[in-house]
Write a protein that binds this ligand. Structure first.
Ligand SMILES: C=C1C[C@]23C[C@@]1(O)CC[C@H]2[C@@]12CC[C@H](O)[C@@](C)(C(=O)O1)[C@H]2[C@@H]3C(=O)O
Ligand SMILES: O=C(O)CCC(=O)C(=O)O
Length: 259
């Protein structure tokens, strides 16, 4: 058993633990090829701002390859990973999330999805970890997920009667789009879990500012969403599907059309 010294524990006091939550069984599941998809998406967005997408067309092979390469990256020695950080805003980050002082039990890579937009940090990652990029795992995955996101955004625009039909997807297609790709890794923390009896919070409570976020995870639970009544519920993991989360920008639009 590893007993952590008090200074080591103090270091983590800013990382909060997580209360047990109930599993959400009412999550809308939408088939991208369903002729009713656009109507179902709008309904899901109004009710939950969140839905699971199946039959999405992103090859499972791309998802598995990305996961393998990502694990390879996060298992590199800390000193190697640190060369690709801290994020400014792109690059490798550990525990500190974003510019507002948020912390969590998380490591991540934040990249721009536009290959034209590169930062010094991104170039360092390319140089230090050629495996993750040489295999084209990241680029293949980003491209396939973007194609799927174009379809989702076109359907949402149709469902919301926004004209022209590509009004939302063209924001993502724009070569100056600030869309980003985030690879989150939640390292195990058995000693701290044993001490607190709870799981540590990885990526704490937040909303995403964008139009939509496309989430995918491995088969591990941990993702939670907040329902309209303020209750946090746990989303059962599904490694074959994507979860679509409505960002602040689209939520404001949807809410303005409802009320
Ligand atoms: C804690 C934070 C990280 C974040 C900015 C924020 O204050 C709240 C939203 C977070 C998020 C989630 C989606 C994207 O990954 C991201 C880049 C974004 O635009 O909003 C991150 C932000 C970040 O990592 O800086
Ligand atoms: O890693 C996750 O499952 C959630 C991450 C998240 O909420 C985000 O990146 O905005």
């Amino acid at each position: 058993m590893v007993v952590l010294s008090q200074p080591a524990l103090d270091h983590y006091t800013s990382i909060k633990t997580c209360k047990p939550t109930s599993v959400f069984t009412g999550l809308p599941v939408i088939n991208l090829r369903d002729p009713e998809a656009k109507t179902l998406m709008v309904k899901a967005c109004e009710e939950y701002g969140f839905f699971k997408l199946v039959n999405h067309g992103v090859p499972m092979e791309f998802m598995i390859r990305l996961e393998t390469e990502a694990l390879r990256f996060f298992n590199l020695p800390q000193s190697v990973k640190d060369k690709a950080g801290p994020p400014e805003p792109f690059g490798y980050g550990s525990k500190r999330i974003g510019p507002n002082g948020d912390v969590g039990w998380i490591e991540y890579l934040l990249l721009n999805t536009n290959p034209q937009v590169t930062s010094l940090k991104t170039l360092t990652i390319f140089r230090q970890n050629p495996e993750i990029f040489r295999s084209s795992a990241v680029n293949d995955y980003i491209l396939a997920v973007k194609r799927m996101a174009f379809e989702v955004l076109d359907l949402m625009a149709e469902g919301l009667k926004i004209e022209p039909r590509n009004a939302l997807s063209r924001l993502l297609r724009d070569e100056k789009s600030d869309s980003c790709f985030r690879l989150n890794y939640y390292p195990p923390c058995p000693e701290l879990q044993a001490l607190s009896g709870r799981n540590l919070i990885g990526f704490g409570e937040h909303t995403d500012p964008q139009i939509i976020s496309v989430l995918r995870s491995n088969n591990t639970s941990g993702l939670q969403i907040c329902l309209r009544d303020g209750t946090w519920v746990s989303v059962p993991p599904d490694q074959t599907s994507f979860f679509i989360n409505i960002g602040d920008a689209l939520q404001v639009y949807i809410m303005s059309t409802v009320f």
